[in-house]
Design a protein around this ligand. Structure first.
Ligand SMILES: [Fe+2]
Ligand SMILES: [Fe+2]
Length: 137
Protein backbone atom coordinates (compact mmCIF):
# COMPACT_ATOMS: atom_id res chain seq x y z
CA UNK A 1 0.00 0.00 0.00
CA UNK A 2 1.20 3.53 -0.76
CA UNK A 3 2.17 6.11 1.86
CA UNK A 4 -0.86 8.19 1.04
CA UNK A 5 -3.14 5.20 1.62
CA UNK A 6 -1.46 4.63 4.98
CA UNK A 7 -1.98 8.25 5.89
CA UNK A 8 -5.66 8.10 4.98
CA UNK A 9 -6.07 5.00 7.14
CA UNK A 10 -4.24 6.68 10.05
CA UNK A 11 -6.55 9.68 9.71
CA UNK A 12 -9.54 7.36 9.85
CA UNK A 13 -8.28 5.93 13.11
CA UNK A 14 -7.85 9.39 14.62
CA UNK A 15 -11.28 10.51 13.38
CA UNK A 16 -12.90 7.42 14.91
CA UNK A 17 -11.32 8.19 18.30
CA UNK A 18 -12.40 11.80 18.13
CA UNK A 19 -15.96 10.81 17.24
CA UNK A 20 -16.10 8.51 20.21
CA UNK A 21 -15.22 11.43 22.51
CA UNK A 22 -17.70 13.69 20.77
CA UNK A 23 -20.42 11.10 21.19
CA UNK A 24 -20.00 11.11 24.95
CA UNK A 25 -19.81 14.89 25.34
CA UNK A 26 -22.58 16.20 27.60
CA UNK A 27 -22.00 19.95 27.52
CA UNK A 28 -21.98 22.33 24.59
CA UNK A 29 -18.55 23.83 25.38
CA UNK A 30 -17.09 20.33 25.54
CA UNK A 31 -18.62 19.39 22.17
CA UNK A 32 -17.53 22.73 20.67
CA UNK A 33 -13.95 22.15 21.80
CA UNK A 34 -13.85 18.66 20.29
CA UNK A 35 -15.35 19.93 17.05
CA UNK A 36 -12.84 22.78 16.90
CA UNK A 37 -10.09 20.18 17.11
CA UNK A 38 -11.71 17.78 14.64
CA UNK A 39 -12.87 20.26 12.01
CA UNK A 40 -9.48 21.35 10.52
CA UNK A 41 -8.19 17.76 10.61
CA UNK A 42 -11.33 16.56 8.88
CA UNK A 43 -10.99 19.21 6.15
CA UNK A 44 -7.30 18.40 5.62
CA UNK A 45 -8.22 14.74 5.41
CA UNK A 46 -10.92 15.41 2.81
CA UNK A 47 -8.44 17.46 0.80
CA UNK A 48 -5.90 14.63 0.90
CA UNK A 49 -8.56 12.17 -0.29
CA UNK A 50 -9.57 14.47 -3.13
CA UNK A 51 -6.01 15.07 -4.33
CA UNK A 52 -6.04 13.64 -7.90
CA UNK A 53 -2.50 12.21 -7.88
CA UNK A 54 -2.37 10.80 -4.37
CA UNK A 55 -5.98 10.63 -3.11
CA UNK A 56 -8.76 8.08 -3.47
CA UNK A 57 -8.77 8.25 -7.26
CA UNK A 58 -5.09 7.39 -7.35
CA UNK A 59 -5.33 4.63 -4.75
CA UNK A 60 -8.64 3.01 -5.64
CA UNK A 61 -8.46 3.90 -9.35
CA UNK A 62 -5.58 1.48 -9.86
CA UNK A 63 -8.04 -1.34 -9.34
CA UNK A 64 -10.16 -0.07 -12.25
CA UNK A 65 -12.88 2.49 -13.01
CA UNK A 66 -15.68 0.46 -11.39
CA UNK A 67 -15.38 2.45 -8.15
CA UNK A 68 -15.45 5.92 -9.69
CA UNK A 69 -19.10 6.52 -8.93
CA UNK A 70 -18.63 5.54 -5.29
CA UNK A 71 -15.67 7.94 -5.02
CA UNK A 72 -17.68 10.81 -6.50
CA UNK A 73 -20.46 10.15 -3.99
CA UNK A 74 -17.93 10.20 -1.14
CA UNK A 75 -16.55 13.54 -2.33
CA UNK A 76 -20.07 14.98 -2.42
CA UNK A 77 -20.51 13.80 1.18
CA UNK A 78 -17.39 15.77 2.14
CA UNK A 79 -19.24 18.97 1.29
CA UNK A 80 -22.31 17.87 3.32
CA UNK A 81 -20.12 16.99 6.30
CA UNK A 82 -18.31 20.32 6.18
CA UNK A 83 -21.65 22.16 6.17
CA UNK A 84 -22.88 20.00 9.04
CA UNK A 85 -19.81 20.90 11.13
CA UNK A 86 -20.16 24.60 10.39
CA UNK A 87 -23.83 24.52 11.35
CA UNK A 88 -23.13 22.63 14.56
CA UNK A 89 -20.35 25.01 15.51
CA UNK A 90 -22.69 27.98 15.10
CA UNK A 91 -25.43 26.33 17.17
CA UNK A 92 -23.01 25.23 19.90
CA UNK A 93 -21.42 28.67 20.03
CA UNK A 94 -24.79 30.13 20.90
CA UNK A 95 -25.15 27.89 23.96
CA UNK A 96 -21.84 28.53 25.75
CA UNK A 97 -21.37 26.01 28.60
CA UNK A 98 -24.92 24.66 28.78
CA UNK A 99 -25.92 21.01 28.79
CA UNK A 100 -26.22 19.82 25.21
CA UNK A 101 -29.97 19.19 25.51
CA UNK A 102 -31.74 18.96 22.16
CA UNK A 103 -28.46 19.73 20.36
CA UNK A 104 -27.22 16.35 21.56
CA UNK A 105 -29.26 14.66 18.83
CA UNK A 106 -27.72 16.88 16.18
CA UNK A 107 -24.25 16.03 17.47
CA UNK A 108 -25.11 12.32 17.39
CA UNK A 109 -26.46 12.61 13.84
CA UNK A 110 -23.21 14.21 12.74
CA UNK A 111 -21.19 11.53 14.52
CA UNK A 112 -23.08 8.73 12.74
CA UNK A 113 -22.86 10.50 9.38
CA UNK A 114 -19.08 10.96 9.56
CA UNK A 115 -18.53 7.52 11.08
CA UNK A 116 -20.53 5.86 8.29
CA UNK A 117 -18.67 7.91 5.67
CA UNK A 118 -15.25 6.85 6.92
CA UNK A 119 -16.37 3.23 7.34
CA UNK A 120 -17.57 3.18 3.70
CA UNK A 121 -14.19 4.52 2.61
CA UNK A 122 -12.24 2.03 4.65
CA UNK A 123 -14.37 -0.70 3.06
CA UNK A 124 -13.77 0.72 -0.43
CA UNK A 125 -10.01 0.81 0.20
CA UNK A 126 -9.97 -2.83 1.21
CA UNK A 127 -12.17 -3.92 -1.71
CA UNK A 128 -9.87 -2.05 -4.09
CA UNK A 129 -6.78 -3.58 -2.50
CA UNK A 130 -8.32 -7.02 -3.10
CA UNK A 131 -9.26 -6.17 -6.72
CA UNK A 132 -5.70 -5.06 -7.20
CA UNK A 133 -4.23 -8.28 -5.86
CA UNK A 134 -6.65 -10.26 -8.03
CA UNK A 135 -5.51 -8.32 -11.08
CA UNK A 136 -1.87 -9.05 -10.29
CA UNK A 137 -2.46 -12.83 -10.19
FE1 LIG B 1 -13.80 10.99 2.85
FE1 LIG C 1 -11.81 9.46 4.90
Amino acid sequence: MTDSADRIIDDHRFIRQQLQKLESATRSDEAAELLAELSPIMSEHFKAEEEPDTGLYAIVGEAGPQHNRAIDALFAEHRDLESAVAELQTLLGERADHPLGPLGNKVKDFVSQLRQHEANETELLSVAANDDMGAAD
